[in-house]
Write a protein that binds this ligand. Sequence first.
Ligand code: IDP
Ligand code: MG
Length: 151
Amino acid sequence: MTVERTFIMLKPDAIQRGLAGEIVSRLEKKGFKLVAAKLMRVSRELAEEHYQEHRGKGFFEPTVGYITSSPVLAMVWEGKNIIALARTLMGATNPAQADPGSIRGGLGMDVSRNLIHGSDGAESAAREIGLYFAPEEIVGYEKAGEEWLGE
Ligand code: IDP
Ligand code: MG
């Protein structure tokens, strides 16, 4: 396991429903380290770039509309094997099928409002972090208790 960084975004429904604290808390309790965060409105151009792999699919336009409809909380989190671990914590894309203990499965009901985005691999993590953050916005630091998270 190597230390990785992943791009995690709380989508407009998470902010509007007042679930940002709950979701950030789950990420913190897992042991992940927050290294960048900003509340922002995603432009259509950025949303289309973010979801470029889905261009042409039926849910592309609605997803771009959803992501640009209201502010999001864009973040970079760091940890050993975090890309895969964060995907597990988030749960399946469709909250109706996600494990009820997961963020999507526990807090959401419908695939069109699934609360959270997390990078699905090392390449997409690097690409998405670069889309949303300038290098100087990412803040590395020593976090208390890191020695208790693994060997
Ligand atoms: P992921 O977010 O779990 O990686 P993807 O398949 O990459 O899932 O889809 C990107 C996003 O597009 C989803 O998180 C969700 O917001 C939206 N989406 C995917 N499939 C559907 C669908 O069938 N209906 C509505 N929205 C969808
Ligand atoms: Mg995806």
